[in-house]
Design a binder for this molecule. Structure first.
Ligand SMILES: [Zn+2]
Ligand SMILES: [Zn+2]
Length: 887
């Protein structure tokens, strides 16, 4: 039999078992129409490279669910994939090329895309490898990339269907424009930063007669695109001005003063400039009011010919010039400091320009209505539940979705324009002629689709839609969509809309949202702060199971996680604890192998020894509780309870008691040791898959042939328990025995009794006396208490003996001072401590009498002082009592 190593070597064990699982094909489910499958489609990480801790959390949570369901015997599919991540990838490759001194325009579209593919294939391998290091038990035979043939067909099909239904249109709308990337970007790709800028008050002279209207703006250069000034119709200050006109300074364009109830009377002067081409609210007003829309910018954010004398200037240089010219003309009324939020491109940090632009849009309201209904009717549950309201609120206020991007990397828009009639041909397959006039000279739209368009189809496109595949038939709708709460709208909501639209069915029945990982102080992790911890480094240092334990234990859905190194250390310590406990059991089994039937008998009959009954009862309670928590998606709590049982009850108490029995010819604790270890390993497997497999296989080798008939823990059944098998009587007695041992240990520690010294103890009890007495040996050994007597309470005499008396729930413990300490020295020690307590009580009392302190200090500080005073008084009382007992 291979000997078990002294210490756990995570990296060797992990690679060995991952390879074994792959070779055995455990990750690929068998389609069984008699069983309902459990399915998770993995949120595809961006192909841009290294995984971060958020990915590790995603992979761990999904693997927990997947391994749990697989062990419950359900056909389980976890489908992995990678996202081509349009703009993110394009920018990374552009930056790479820039280092070589190459510009993508010089390279040309085709060559550039080739370079991206080269880079993508390396990056994909690294992502797969990192997921495998994390222990992810996903079905690699079904791995998908958003640019694979299947997902591409799905994208074109979905586009054409929506277009034919009138749900996709091309039009002019306000979008977020990045002047550096020179593309529209989604709201998600805009980072809002609070900027301390200025609010500029500009005077627009009336076109006729004297006077002017003052408007306030943070972007004075946009006045060049103004097509109206608006006031609120309820605002008495401007009643007479509505219907008049102003002339824009310098360029002289005459624009009307209009009334619109969208105007906020509290902003600036109450009269606002309307720049429809560069502000979303203004654009809406312009649509309502029929105003002209004047775009003043070139794609690179220099001013275009609409800017008259400012044409050709960069937008910020133009701002300075405009301000100087207004000032010269006496039209700059005042400048106020003003902090406001400014959008920046997530990829390149350039200031975003809201800009009207000709783009493709999805008309989302009809799609949203169906998606709202699915959640409203409870067909899709969102966990934690509080996000349901957030989802519904967003969906009810949803705006049309801009899906075209001026990029080269992504799904080309399946639209071809005719060079004769100009009309678009929208087609799944590449057409050879115009569908309107039959002309052969047609050109495909140069744009690609927003990455989120293909992501929105992910649950059904990965399973084969639009083809009618076996996978789609069996695995769709999927079970759980697990992802971060930060992409609820951008992704989850859109998957619900598109899934329902394309397949007529929900894409998943449960949405599980996890929180964000922050550093131990609760700060966001970022390269700039230097507090980033990479999963690969963490795995190298602590082991995968420790990392998985660290990111999930004690966490709950939707809440952020502060991940300090102490959490990873706790994970590693737990792995070592498992290892050492198993080594003890293995060693004992090697010394004294258990017989063939011993394990089977154990499940059939109730063991005699109280601690056996107790630990099995506690284990069953744990199994029931874990089942309840897992069903309730409280994985972090389930894991915490398994940890606490294993460490706090099995290792600290049961194994310690078993050691006493192993040295004696009484009934052997080995079958129970084996059963509890084996069951706990299976309970823990979804959370810490590697060490549990290693130890389970080690245990299997040391048990009688056929005791464990599965070839791997990952396909062994998940533990179940019967509530009827709980043994409350054994639990009550053992609780009491543990309490007695603890209280003697505490007394020894407090009175500084040498570790090797035996002290006399008497335990008085009523109902539980005989049961406690049966555990005398354990109490003696574990509390180092000898002689020990367990007596009934009526034998307790109020003799004048000097002893420490402790009253517990079910028993009273009496420790004669003489057997424990040097009486005189202890008396002096107690007196000293009483003196110190008195002084502290006096000090705190004075402080709390001080009216100035009590009224001025924060309430929690005062409360803390009151708590300290109470604790001091309690201690004082106890010390006095002990002194009386001593005298
Ligand atoms: Zn950018
Ligand atoms: Zn045509």
């Amino acid at each position: 039999m291979p000997e078990i190593a002294k210490a756990y070597e995570a990296s060797e064990v992990e690679q060995k078992w991952y390879r074994f699982w792959m070779e055995q094909g455990y990750f690929t489910p068998k389609i069984d129409h008699k069983k309902k499958p459990f399915v998770i489609i993995m949120p595809p990480p961006n192909v841009t490279g290294e995984l971060h801790l958020g990915h590790a959390l995603t992979a761990t949570l999904e693997d927990i669910m997947v391994r749990w369901h697989r062990m419950k015997g359900e056909p389980t599919l976890w489908l992995p994939g990678v996202d081509h991540a349009g703009i993110a990838t394009q920018v990374v490759v552009e930056q790479k090329l820039a280092k070589e001194g190459v510009d993508r325009h010089a390279l040309g579209r085709e060559k550039f895309v080739e370079r991206v593919w080269e880079w993508v294939s390396q990056s994909r391998q690294s992502i797969t490898y990192q997921h495998q290091r994390l222990g992810a038990s996903c079905d690699w035979t079904r791995e998908r990339f958003t640019l694979d043939e299947g997902p591409c067909l799905a994208v074109r099909t979905a586009f054409v269907r929506l277009y034919n239904k009138g749900l996709i249109y091309r039009g002019e709308r306000i979008i977020n424009w990045c002047p550096r990337c020179q593309t529209a970007i989604s709201d998600l790709e805009v980072q809002h930063k609070d900027i301390t800028g200025n609010l500029y008050y500009l005077r627009y002279p009336l076109a006729e007669g004297d006077g002017f209207v003052t408007v306030a703006t943070t972007r004075p250069e946009t006045y060049l695109g103004d097509t109206a000034v608006a006031v609120n119709p309820e605002d008495g200050r401007f009643k007479g001005l509505i219907g008049q006109k102003v002339a824009l300074p310098i360029i002289g364009r005459v624009i009307p003063i209009i009334a619109d109830s969208a105007v906020d009377t509290a902003f600036g002067t109450g009269a606002v400039k309307i720049t429809p081409a560069h502000d979303p609210v203004d654009f809406e007003i312009s649509e309502r009011q029929g105003l002209a829309v004047i775009n003043i910018l070139n794609p690179d954010a220099t001013m275009n010919e609409q800017a008259g004398p400012y044409a050709g200037l960069d937008r910020f240089a133009c701002r300075e010039r405009v301000l100087a010219d207004f000032e010269k003309a006496g039209l700059l009324e005042k400048i106020e400091p003003h902090s406001h939020s400014v959008g920046h491109c997530d990829r390149c940090q350039t200031t975003i320009e809201p800009e009207v632009s000709q783009q493709w849009f999805v008309r989302v309201v009809p799609l949203a209505e169906v998606a709202i209904k699915a959640v409203d009717e409870g067909r899709i549950a969102i966990i934690p539940e509080r996000f349901t309201k957030v989802y519904l609120n967003w969906m009810e206020n949803i705006r049309d979705w801009c899906i075209s991007r001026q990029l080269w990397w992504g799904h080309r828009i399946p639209v071809w324009y005719c060079n004769k009639c100009g009309k678009p041909t929208v087609s799944v397959d590449e057409p050879s002629t115009c569908s309107h006039c039959g002309w052969a000279d047609i050109v495909q739209d140069a744009d690609v689709l927003d990455t989120w368009f293909s992501s929105a189809l992910w649950p059904h496109s990965t399973l084969g839609w639009p083809e009618d595949t076996d996978d789609l038939d069996y695995f769709y709708p999927t079970s759980v969509m697990e992802t971060g709460y930060d992409i609820l709208f951008f992704w989850v909501a859109r998957m619900i809309m598109m899934g329902l639209e394309d397949t007529g069915d929900i894409p998943f029945d449960t949405v599980y949202l996890h929180g964000l990982i922050r550093d131990e102080k609760g700060e966001k992790m970022s390269k700039m702060r230097g507090n980033v911890l990479s999963p690969t480094d963490a795995i190298g240092e602590y082991g995968t199971d420790a990392l998985r334990f660290g990111v999930t234990t004690g966490t709950s859905p939707g809440n952020d996680i502060n991940l300090g190194r102490h959490r990873l250390e706790a994970g590693r310590n737990f792995a070592n604890k498992l290892w050492n406990a198993a080594r003890f059991v293995f060693g004992s089994l090697e010394a004294e192998p258990i017989e063939g039937q011993a394990l089977a008998e154990l499940t059939a009959e109730r063991p005699e020894a109280l601690e056996d009954r107790w630990v099995l009862s506690r284990l069953r309670r744990l199994v029931l509780e874990v089942d309840r928590l897992m069903r309730d998606y409280q994985f972090g709590e389930a894991e915490r309870q398994i940890h606490d049982f294993f460490w706090g009850e099995f290792c600290d108490w049961y194994i310690e008691m078993a050691k006493i029995r192993l040295s004696q010819p009484t009934s052997s604790p080995l079958p129970v040791l084996a059963v509890v270890l084996e069951t706990t390993l299976r309970l823990l497997h979804p959370f810490m898959p590697f060490i549990t497999e290693e130890l389970w296989q080690g245990l299997k080798q040391r048990l009688p042939e056929g005791s464990l008939d599965s070839t791997s823990i990952m396909i062994a059944p998940y533990p179940v328990a019967d509530a009827k098998a709980i043994d409350p009587e054994a639990e009550q007695v053992m609780d009491s025995v543990i309490e007695i041992i603890r209280c003697i240990r505490n007394a020894r520690a407090e009175h500084k009794v040498a570790a090797g010294k035996w002290i006399e103890a008497r335990v008085y009890a009523d109902n539980l006396r005989l049961a406690i007495a049966s555990q005398s040996q354990a109490i003696e050994t574990l509390a180092k208490a000898r002689p020990l007597a367990v007596l009934s309470r009526d034998q307790r005499q109020a003799e004048g003996e000097k002893a420490l008396v402790m009253v517990l729930k079910e028993a009273e413990v009496v420790l004669p001072w003489a057997g424990m300490v040097d009486l005189e020295a202890e008396r002096q020690r107690l007196e000293r401590e009483i003196g110190a307590s008195e002084a502290e009580i006096a000090r705190l009392g004075e402080r709390l009498k001080d009216a100035a302190f009590v009224s001025k200090a924060p309430a929690e500080v005062v409360d803390k002082e009151r708590g300290k005073l109470q604790a001091c008084k309690d201690k004082f009382k106890r010390l006095r009592q002990e002194l009386t007992q001593l005298s």
